[in-house]
Design a protein. Structure first.
Length: 143
């Protein structure tokens, strides 16, 4: 079993600490860009799927962080994050910060309406995260 397969197997473990360690290892693989595009997309897809069932807040945050790390070296479509969009309304502010930026980093204009709904959130930090995500959404231009 290669390291990616081991980490992907680890995120399904019964013990949340074991899942957290596996997610952190995936974050390392993604952040160091040692995976090819297909493997990176598989890893991120599995992390998104994990978020749909994960109840441990530490594992949730680690998974969102791992996905965020992947955007440095890799590009992903908004479609990959459709399951994440459905979870936004129930996320605490600390996780929304990650999730909104993940949607923005796809640079897909179709993410705008989802992000904009959080501009009126009761939490000031979430409103600021949404505003920052909208700034990131179009992508950066190189002078």
């Amino acid at each position: 079993m290669n390291p990616l397969q081991a980490a992907l197997a680890g995120i399904t473990h019964d013990n949340p600490r074991h899942r957290d360690l596996a997610v952190e290892y995936l974050a390392d693989l993604l952040g160091r860009a040692v995976l090819n595009e297909a493997d990176a997309e598989t890893a991120v897809s599995r992390l998104v799927a994990l978020l749909t069932t994960e109840t441990d807040p530490s594992v949730q945050e680690a998974a969102l962080n791992a996905i965020s790390e992947a955007f440095g070296p890799y590009c992903f479509s908004l479609q990959l994050f459709e399951p994440l969009r459905a979870l936004l309304g129930a996320m605490p502010p600390t996780l929304l910060d990650y999730a909104l930026m993940i949607l923005a980093c796809t640079h897909d204009p179709d993410a705008r309406p989802t992000i904009e709904t959080f501009l009126d959130h009761p939490n000031a930090a979430v409103r600021a995260s949404a505003a920052e995500a909208l700034t990131e959404l179009p992508g950066r231009t190189i002078p």
